[in-house]
Design a protein around this ligand. Structure first.
Ligand code: NAP
Ligand code: 3JN
Length: 339
């Protein structure tokens, strides 16, 4: 095993790519050489890594010579087009898009849930969708303790999940509304400032959105449980960063609220914030900039047998994307699974 690695960040100028660069540094990932890749629009610009300016290069099939780890977050079309070239060059691709998530030969990995799945990769490992990641991290200890039959989830997703243009749009719309100016609507089908949109990505014929369908399929693949019932409603809210989720579960065997609290206290990657008497519960402003999944408002649901409600919040750019991807890279390095 090498002691340090040549790492490419594909989409280095984006919201996720920027956090990846920051986290590689913050987590002291052993980087020998960093390659920042983006579109021709950004070629020649610089990004900062480890206090040093790195020139952004245009993504091409030749970009991966000598690269051992390629972190992709430039959209599914770029992943489909360029990940095979990265693999052919000897890199392991950790892909943040949905391009390969349901491929049978591509592990879909959340290190707190199914770390063992990295072992059977054939060059590409997929990072799940942010909304799925935070939910399965919170539910894994309960799943292992008593089984879960059914999950009903409603998400409250921040605009950073849509990328840099959406972050700018929320800020500029909020400013326009407060100044009674004209609100420009470009990124979403409607104004997002001071509004709520029950619509994330395109609608399927079923009436569900693509984000909702991803949550169902990804949860089943990560838990290795094709039968688990999952029903999702995904909502975009005018929050800058960190997704929140109201999660209702029906367990196979009974479990008390106290037992769930106890499980959360020892769960990897989870911080319990559940003290309603002191107005303490997870919120985006608590989760932002942190790597954990925050869980609170744990309570019995008396309307159905073996049912519970939880409130789950996490920084979608960190644990929902960059942190999860870099944890996978750390597992690969620790397991001697890199060339
Ligand atoms: P973003 O802020 O809009 O950034 C997009 C990045 O992709 C930029 O670096 C952009 O480069 C690059 N890019 C776009 N077109 C390209 C091309 N033709 N060739 C090379 N690079 C290109 O978006 P983001 O929020 O970072 O998200 C990027 C992708 O990550 C998403 O499309 C999605 O697949 C994935 N993602 C995953 C999750 C998750 O839940 N795990 C969450 C968010 C995003 P330029 O600056 O040069 O345009
Ligand atoms: O909208 C969010 O909050 C999360 C967005 C994720 C996303 C955005 C564009 C394309 C994805 C994803 O990771 O599922 C994709 C994609 O399908 O690659």
């Amino acid at each position: 095993m090498a002691s340090s690695y040549n790492v490419a960040v594909v989409g280095a100028t984006g919201a996720v790519g920027g956090v990846m660069l920051k986290l590689l540094e913050e987590r002291s990932f052993p980087v020998k050489d960093i390659r920042a890749l983006a579109s021709s629009r950004s070629a020649g610009q610089t990004v900062i890594f480890d206090g040093v300016e790195v020139e952004v290069e245009e993504l091409t099939p030749e970009s991966f010579e000598g690269i051992q780890i390629a972190l992709f977050s430039a959209g599914g079309a770029r992943s489909k087009e360029f990940a095979p070239a990265a693999v052919a060059a000897g890199a392991v691709v950790i892909d943040n898009s949905s391009a390969f998530r349901q491929e049978p030969n591509v592990p879909l990995v959340v290190p707190e849930v199914n770390p063992e799945d990295i072992k059977w990769h054939e060059g590409i490992i997929a990072n799940p969708n942010c909304s799925t990641i935070q939910m399965v991290v919170a539910l894994k200890p309960i799943y292992d303790a008593v089984g879960i039959e059914r999950i009903i989830v409603t998400t409250f997703q921040s605009v950073s999940g849509t990328g840099n243009k959406a972050i700018e749009e929320l800020f500029s719309q909020a400013e326009s509304v407060l100044e009674s100016g004209e609100v420009a609507v470009n990124v979403y089908p409607h104004q997002i400032a001071f509004n709520v949109l029950p619509h994330i990505e395109h609608f399927h014929e079923s009436g569900y959105t693509n984000e909702e369908v991803k949550m169902v399929n990804e949860t089943r693949k990560i838990f290795g449980d094709p039968k688990i019932g999952v029903s999702a409603t995904c909502v975009r809210v005018p929050v800058y960063n960190a997704h929140s989720e109201a999660v209702n579960i029906q367990t196979t065997r009974p479990i008390s609220v106290e037992e769930v609290r106890r499980l959360m206290l020892s769960a990897p990657g989870v911080t319990l914030v559940d003290n309603p008497d002191a107005d303490e519960y997870p919120m985006p402003l608590i989760a932002e900039g942190r790597d954990d999944v925050f869980v609170g408002r744990i309570r019995d649901d008396d309307s159905a047998e073996n049912s519970l409600n939880l409130w789950v919040v996490s920084d979608n750019l960190r644990k929902g994307a960059a942190t999860n991807a870099i944890q996978i890279a750390e597992l690969l390095a620790a397991g001697g699974l890199l060339k």
